[in-house]
Design a protein around this ligand. Structure first.
Ligand SMILES: [Zn+2]
Length: 353
């Protein structure tokens, strides 16, 4: 377990930049890479780029790829991997690269981290080239962090590039989004995704994990690393009981707190993300019998509650490895879950259509 390193004014080392660049090279991101590359060679790359994609679509990977491109001394279509700039980037020690991410057990990017970024941008470039900051994931900033970042966005210094990655644009203030150029990342087809995953390693469970990952291959890979497939069937059973209003919250919370709580919360996150996505995509909810609990007029309210629960799950997942009372934490989440899916029964009973 990590200690209590709370101060985060130091730049955070990128998570294995070489691995991120290799992953960014996947086929389905080729059009996105090309677009960024064309903008860069034409010197039309905006001061701030917002890379948006579903969790695990590759926005983090592409953010690293773009940072490397900007810091490469050879200025080609992608970073060369050999020049001094590239070597420093790959070592995670490039002095003109400032990375802000989640540190330790924090669920948010704190204002001190963004202040560090602003300070770094106010200094001259060490190597005489571009200065790059990567905020990954930008949707984990809190309100103070957003306000601090806004100043940097409003007064851009020359030759500085801010790269933001996010999966939830609804968590970003409009002031941030409007000042950034947005690039939305596509997802590969199921066939493409499975081919890529099978190329990583042979595994019979990829198809199901890809469904749980809502089609995002990097997310499916993360799920496999977490062992999500081992708890899949049991979790689905638990969900079914919750929907019938038959879930015993106390015993379930106790069982979960003792056995892979983090993975279980990750599973729930994935399940809820999928349901909320379906809700957002389905324009005709009245005909959607799979989501009766999201029927108009309850829809808006339930979607909001769903997103609140999603935030709570994410935060809880980062907390369960700590000293907190995990059982109590899970009980609270299950109560919210029951309120959300249990609504179905009430709605159906009171429904006239
Ligand atoms: Zn290079």
């Amino acid at each position: 377990m990590t200690g209590s390193k709370r101060e985060s004014e130091e730049p955070v080392a990128a998570p294995d930049p070489g691995n991120m660049l290799a992953r960014a090279g996947v086929e389905w991101l080729a059009p996105s890479r090309e677009r960024l590359s064309t903008m860069q060679t034409g010197q039309r790359l905006p001061h701030a780029m917002l890379l948006l994609g579903q969790p695990g679509a590759g926005q983090s990977e592409l953010g690293h790829w773009l940072a490397a491109l900007l810091l490469c001394d050879r200025k080609g279509e992608s970073s060369c991997g050999e020049c001094a700039g590239c070597r420093l980037f790959l070592a995670g020690t490039h002095p003109d690269c400032y990375r802000v991410g989640l540190v330790d057990d924090s669920a948010v990017i704190r204002v001190e981290q963004i202040r560090g970024l602003s300070e770094s941008f106010s200094l001259k470039s060490y190597r005489g080239g571009s200065k790059v900051a990567l905020v990954d994931p930008a949707d984990a900033m809190n309100i103070n962090s957003f306000n601090a970042l806004l100043k940097t966005l409003e007064e851009p210094s020359a030759n500085t590039y801010l790269i933001l990655t996010a999966s939830r644009s609804d968590r970003l203030p409009r002031t941030i989004v409007s000042r950034s150029a947005r690039l939305r990342l596509p997802l590969p087809s199921t066939g493409e995704a499975l081919a890529w995953l099978n190329g990583r390693r042979e595994f019979a469970g990829w198809e199901r994990l890809l469904v749980l990952a809502n089609g995002a291959p990097f997310r499916a890979l993360q799920y496999a690393d977490a062992g999500l497939e081992e708890i899949d069937a049991k979790m689905q059973e638990t969900l079914d009981s919750a929907e019938k209003g038959e879930l015993n919250i106390i015993t379930t919370a106790l069982a979960w707190s003792r056995d892979q709580p983090e993975t279980r919360l990750l599973w729930l996150e994935s399940w809820l993300t999928g349901r909320l996505r379906e809700a957002a995509l389905s324009s005709d909810l009245v005909n959607n019998n799979r989501l009766p609990w999201l029927r108009v007029p309850a829809r808006e309210r339930m979607i909001r509650a769903g997103y609140r629960l999603l935030d709570a799950l994410r935060e809880a997942r980062l907390l369960v490895s700590g000293a907190l009372n995990t059982q109590l934490l899970i009980e609270g989440l299950l109560i919210s879950l029951m309120a959300l899916v249990g609504e179905r029964t009430g709605k159906l009973r009171g429904s006239v259509d």
